[in-house]
Design a protein around this ligand. Structure first.
Ligand code: NDP
Length: 243
């Protein structure tokens, strides 16, 4: 794809699930893929398979300095950042009455602050170039709430608001895309620790249809692959059977 080839594309949360699937697809289309997450072994393994046009940078998105380092390392190696995809996220859902405050804090730190830190780290570079594309993975949980997922949905509603506002701030020069996936096969559900949630949603977790990460990757690749003057704002992708 002409508009993907040689683009320098950073993906956070690239050690598994949607991010890993996207990194593979983008590298196969000739992009320079920068894979980022916390688990170095996973990143190393994935990057090795992708050849010279890929690199990895270990970063915890809840740490502001890690995002600065991610952008700096990318520019050092590839000279620029064309796309930042804020994809990292966790979903340790629970009922509010359980008061799992540490999980609430981590969800807010990773899903909201991580997105803000990424945007802020890359914006000076993109604004200077008057060119760039910022993508963030929200969720259909940013469009409707689910009992037990109040904090997770809250973070994704916040992501929607942040991305909608960002688009208005940088609309002249920088493309801004929010992707809203429905249920997708990944390690995300392993972040759930609440036994009450596991029990309450047992049937849903086992029986609800799910997408493959590739389906979300393809939707984002569509947005990246458009001509520079085409700004794909929002994409909602659900598995058939999910309402
Ligand atoms: P995975 O759990 O497979 O992927 C999550 C990724 O985020 C991993 O690479 C993980 O890597 C990374 N991550 C988690 N915490 C941090 C952190 N503090 N710093 C950096 N990276 C971190 O799940 P998905 O692929 O499904 O999730 C990707 C995104 O899609 C998330 O934002 C999720 O909310 C969203 N989403 C997923 C849906 C689904 O049904 N799966 C539906 C809707 C949205 P590591 O542990 O190595 O850091």
């Amino acid at each position: 794809m002409e508009n993907i080839k040689n683009k320098v594309i950073i993906i956070t949360g690239a050690s598994s699930g949607i991010g890993a699937a996207a990194a593979k697809k983008l590298a196969s289309l000739g992009a320079k893929a920068v894979l980022s997450a916390r688990r170095e072994e996973k990143l190393k393994e994935l990057t090795q398979d992708l050849g010279d046009n890929a690199m990895y940078v270990v970063a915890d998105v809840s740490k502001r300095a890690d995002l600065d380092n991610l952008i700096a390392k990318t520019i050092e190696k590839f000279g620029q950042v064309d796309v930042l995809w804020n994809n990292a996220g966790i979903m340790p859902i629970s009922f509010l009455e359980e008061g799992r405050v540490e999980e609430w804090d981590a969800t807010i730190d990773i899903n909201i602050k991580g997105v803000l830190y990424g945007i802020n780290a890359v914006l000076p570079h993109m604004l200077k170039r008057k060119y760039g594309h910022i993508i963030t993975t929200a969720s259909t949980g940013a469009l409707q709430t689910v009992p037990g997922a109040s904090v997770y949905c809250g973070t994704k509603y916040a992501v929607k608001a942040i991305m909608d506002s960002l688009r208005k701030e940088v609309v002249k020069d920088i493309r801004v895309t929010t992707i809203y996936p429905g249920r997708t096969d990944s390690e995300l559900f392993e972040t759930i620790q609440s036994e009450k949630i596991k029990e309450a949603f047992k049937d849903n977790f086992d029986n609800t249809p799910a997408l493959e990460g590739e389906a979300i990757a393809d939707a984002v690749i569509y947005a990246i692959g458009q001509p520079a003057t085409v700004n794909v704002n929002d994409i909602v992708v659900r598995p058939l059977g999910e309402g």
